[in-house]
Design a protein around this ligand. Sequence first.
Ligand code: PEP
Length: 246
Amino acid sequence: MRRPIVAGNWKMYTRSADAHILATAVRNSVMNLEGIEVIICPPALWVSEVLAVVGRGGKIELGVQNMYFEAEGAYTGEISPLMVRDVAKYVIIGHSERRAYFGENNLDVNEKVLAALRSGLVPIICVGERKREGLPKEPRYQLEEALHRVPKKHYRDVIVAYEPVWAIGTGENAEPEYVAKVVSYLREVGLADTPVLYGGSVNSKNVEGYARRPEIDGLLVGSASVRAAEFASICQTWAKEKIFKA
Ligand code: PEP
């Protein structure tokens, strides 16, 4: 179901004590915000610890940054959908860093999306083009592949994050008009009821441009999500603008 969402991907940042402090600061600064869902995705090792800080059923939901698609087995070093289910509701799948550094391809992404849905998790499916182009075909193809064998009735149970690779961690955020155009193009795959987020160098200074575009339901925030005040400011702007539009 489409709804305003701000998700933070902490990537491989924070030690245990930092995670505790950051989660506490985020919890305190977003607890009174109305009308948006806030998701944080810490490193998997810290999810239980962060859960103890934010609590179940509170303002903040938790996610992980990756998982394997098998339910259990001899897969050293991996975490399974069932393990994730015990502590979190969301899982980021197919992040461009997973694709670039760990060889994840569209087939892996599809298996993981199917496994997430089977286990009652909400996959946050990341797609995005590597190079700037007119209306990019790459994210649309990645999305179609990610949703292969997913019954159309489940499209409302996933989240899509449009993240142009050239905008991730570069400070070169994509213009809101351009993002809105690509998001509409992605929706043609059948995403009328699916939340679509934008990710790529979002910060407290450029967030408003995205918040004003009705095509964009939310954000996936990387670097800025490990700075509590910055992340809080992004969430506050999103809540204010999206409520204003409602
Ligand atoms: C991300 O990693 O998903 C991301 C959007 O990173 P950043 O905000 O740092 O560009």
